[in-house]
Design a protein around this ligand. Structure first.
Ligand code: FES
Ligand code: FES
Length: 163
């Protein structure tokens, strides 16, 4: 692993889950690696590393992004939310509750990205149809569930968030 001493790399200052971090990293460091390796927030997963699976989805400046497609340096100054930032006071977020109650996961590898995409999608579509849900999560791949329970969970989450 390339070690970058202070002053030699690119300074990246980001606010993640409400906490400011400042690190020096290689200019080629991907945001997902920055989040996992530099900040220790390993809830965000790397599935493909090629913009395909969505396992690495986080919210950056209010938009969902696949963090394997963004350089850490491009995120300088950004506000980022990861899966670790959703729950509060040890209570699951309503979207997490909905995934749990609807058995919307098996191996769990896609789940953090799926939930972060759902978080973004439901902000834009608070009362979605099933078709809109399927469209809204189409960039996130799950190899286990067949999607049925994930779609049910997203629809359930939309109700929980509206009530
Ligand atoms: S790891 Fe980023 S899209 Fe698959
Ligand atoms: S639960 Fe295994 S990939 Fe989605």
């Amino acid at each position: 692993m390339l070690v970058v001493k202070k002053g030699e790399g690119v300074k990246v200052r980001v606010r993640v889950n409400g906490v400011w971090y400042e690190k020096y990293v290689s200019p080629r460091t991907l945001l997902v690696d920055f989040i996992r390796d530099e900040l220790g927030l390993t809830g965000t997963k790397v599935g493909c590393d090629t913009t395909t699976c969505g396992a690495c989805t986080v919210i950056m400046n209010g938009k969902s992004v696949k963090s394997c497609t963004v350089l850490a340096a491009q995120a300088d100054g950004a506000e980022i939310t990861t899966i670790e930032g959703l729950s509060s006071d040890s209570k699951l977020h309503p979207i997490q509750e909905a995934f749990k109650e609807n058995f919307a996961l098996q191996c769990g590898f896609c789940t953090a990205g799926m939930i972060m995409q759902t978080h973004f999608f439901l902000k834009e579509h608070p009362n979605p149809t099933e078709e809109e849900v399927r469209d809204g999560i189409h960039g996130n791949i799950c190899r286990c569930t067949g999607y049925q329970n994930i779609v049910k969970a997203v629809l359930d989450a939309s109700k929980r968030l509206r009530s």
